[in-house]
Write a protein that binds this ligand. Structure first.
Ligand code: NAI
Ligand code: MG
Length: 338
């Protein structure tokens, strides 16, 4: 069985980690036939829009994509392509698991964070009030949380909890201060939770206290559901609890398409040096295999990654010395062990 999927190698370290992933997937015998497309800085340098029509059309057709990191210029410049893609395909749930795979600061973290992916403060309604570099300039950003969208993503989190046999969903909010913006989301969580009475319980946590608790006692958390900005920040925090951005995958899920990616960005500081860790993107492929029902292959891939890391074969970010292609070869050897 094969299936077509869109592949966007991405910017910065994107092409290096994508190359490593393709080699591992060939050894794994993954079912994907890739339609390679461009986006981000790579597309702009080729004279295209940062999100070319051909890329959108490809994902519309395949409904399935693996995406390398895309550079987004800070202040000014074009709007985040990653954010535009989420909007274009209505990818409302961003699922970011954080699980200890190599012992580090914590040995038993196993959190799934579900981030609302379309609304909140990321709707792109920002205004600069002032003229030029005005000493009295005012920055305005509008946040939007709708009850419908909150219901949809919170229901996704509860259904995921049921499917994975998990017992608790923590809604993370700031409704004490952002009484309306965050309050709508909290209220939606309380409403959805009623339908899961006796199966999954709802916990409530205010985002700043939650950040502290995640560092003090991360093993207490199970599934977390939260709004866009908080989810962005806390998922990097959780990545840090389990070994860093080099290990953290994410899935952008909608009803008609799903895009899988690493949580990390294009890492310009190490791009082109051949030292990037491809594990996060590989773990994203693991989620992609799960998504299409290839559970055995997903488990085989994860077991090989785990065995490789546990044997001390690591890239530099994890204290090892393997270069990206060497690490890919180590995983391939591990895949081929009976
Ligand atoms: P970053 O995640 O690219 O890098 C943060 C730090 O982690 C850097 O020191 C980097 O070297 C390290 N790192 C990240 N991934 C790594 C890997 N696979 N192996 C080893 N080390 C790794 O975050 P930063 O620097 O804030 O952003 C760089 C660019 O990436 C920006 O343009 C940003 O907008 C974009 N970005 C894109 C994302 C996406 O496409 N989903 C997500 C986050 C950022
Ligand atoms: Mg982020």
């Amino acid at each position: 069985r094969t299936m077509e999927a869109t592949l966007i190698p991405g910017d910065g370290i994107g092409p290096e980690i994508t190359e490593a992933v393709l080699q591992v997937l060939e050894a794994l015998g993954a079912p994907f036939v890739w339609d390679v497309q461009q986006a981000g800085t790579t597309a702009v340098e080729a004279g295209l829009d940062p999100l070319p029509d051909a890329t959108l059309e490809s994902i519309r057709r395949t409904g399935l994509a693996l995406k390398g990191p895309l550079t987004t210029p800070s202040s000014g410049g074009y709007r985040s392509v990653t954010v535009r893609m989420r909007e274009a395909f209505d990818l409302y749930a961003n699922v970011r698991p954080g699980k200890t795979i190599i012992p580090g600061r914590y040995d038993n973290v196993d959190i799934i964070l579900v981030r609302e992916n379309l609304e909140g403060l990321y709707v792109g309604r920002e205004h600069y009030i002032g003229v030029g570099a005005d000493p009295h300039a005012v920055g305005v950003g509008i946040g939007i949380n709708t009850k419908e969208e909150a219901h949809r993503v919170i229901r996704y989190a509860f259904d995921l909890a049921v499917r994975l046999g998990r017992k608790r969903v923590t809604v993370v909010h700031k409704a004490n201060i952002l009484k309306i913006l965050s309050g709508v989301f909290l209220e939606a969580a309380q409403e959805v939770a009623r339908d899961y009475h006796g199966r999954v319980t709802l916990d409530e946590s205010i985002v700043d206290a939650c950040a502290m608790q995640l560092v003090m006692a991360p093993e207490r958390f199970d599934v977390i559901v939260t709004t866009n900005l908080f989810g962005d920040i806390l998922s990097d925090l959780i990545a840090g609890l389990v070994g860093g951005l080099g290990l953290a995958p994410g899935a952008n899920i909608g009803d008609k398409a799903a895009i899988f990616e690493a949580v990390h960005g294009s890492a310009p500081d190490i791009a082109g040096k051949g030292v990037a860790n491809p594990t996060a993107l590989l773990m994203a492929v693991g989620m992609m295999l799960d998504h299409v029902g290839e559970t055995a292959k997903a488990n085989h891939l994860r077991a090989a990654i785990l065995a490789t890391l546990q044997a001390g074969e690591k890239t530099r970010d994890l204290g090892g010395s393997l270069r990206t292609p060497e690490f890919a070869q180590a995983i391939i050897r591990s895949l081929q062990k009976p």
